[in-house]
Design a protein around this ligand. Structure first.
Ligand code: AP5
Length: 208
């Protein structure tokens, strides 16, 4: 199955995509993770995109479309994949339409107030990529990754100020994709139940 997980920042796209990857073996492709890896490695792409990401803006379409095109050409994406964070505007959605046929779009529908809280209290493991939340999913030992024991950190774009900018970027550029995919009869809306497992169960019901 070729799936898109759509939703605002902090709606749980990455969390749910990773659960789906574990359960069904579909490769999860997160453009945010690919970009953060490029920054960590200090590549030319990483140097170019850092400023946009730290400022809560979308990185330029030509860069992101080239990145996703290259990733989707890999053999593991021939039949199945989960896109997390792409497409993010109408031009990206049209570019994707020309690259690959999507089966289903899951839209994670979460209250704005919850999104702010989730993002500001998110902590990530820079080593294994595990995601925690100080309120909803705290690590067993404070500040330490349950999986690999590395020190957790906050993402640069999870500060109060940048979170506000990201939510505005979402409303202006990404939200129109809900109607775009609804018109194509591909969209399933999942009202978030405020707990990760409850949301995952709802998604699995849709996929059954
Ligand atoms: P990206 O990394 O994609 O960030 P995002 O879309 O803003 O989404 P997040 O990763 O912040 O949140 P999420 O929905 O994955 O939530 P998560 O599962 O972590 O992109 C970052 C930047 O890269 C962009 O701003 C842009 O600059 C650039 N970029 C990326 N793609 C691009 C593109 N296509 N075009 C242009 N630029 C692009 O969960 C959040 C927190 O909530 C966690 O702590 C989690 O534990 C908790 N949580 C999750 N689900 C629940 C639940 N149901 N109940 C309670 N808590 C929950």
């Amino acid at each position: 199955m070729k799936l898109i997980i759509l939703g605002p920042p902090g709606s749980g796209k990455g969390t749910q995509a990773r659960l789906l990857e574990n359960k069904f073996g579909l490769p999860q492709i997160s453009t945010g993770d690919l970009l953060r890896k490029a920054i960590a490695k200090g590549t030319d792409l990483g140097k170019t995109v850092k400023e946009y990401m730290d400022d809560g803006k979308l990185v330029p379409d030509d860069l992101i479309i080239a990145l996703i095109k290259k990733r989707l050409e890999k053999p593991d994406c021939e039949n199945d994949f989960i896109l997390d964070g792409f497409p993010r505007n109408l031009d990206q959605a049209r570019a994707l339409r020309d690259i690959n046929k999507i089966d289903l779009v899951i839209n994670l529908d979460v209250d704005m107030q919850d999104l702010r809280k989730r993002l500001i209290s998110r902590r990530i493991c820079p080593n294994c990529g595990a995601v925690f939340n100080l309120i909803r999913k705290p690590p067993k030992a404070e500040g330490i990754c349950d999986n690999c024991g590395s020190k957790l950190r906050q993402r640069n774009d999870d500060t109060r100020e940048v979170v506000s900018k990201r939510l505005i970027t979402y409303m202006n550029e990404t939200e129109p994709l809900i109607q775009y995919y609804r018109n194509k009869h591909k969209l399933k809306n999942i009202r978030d139940g405020k707990d990760i497992k409850g949301t995952f169960d709802k998604i699995c019901n849709v996929l059954d």
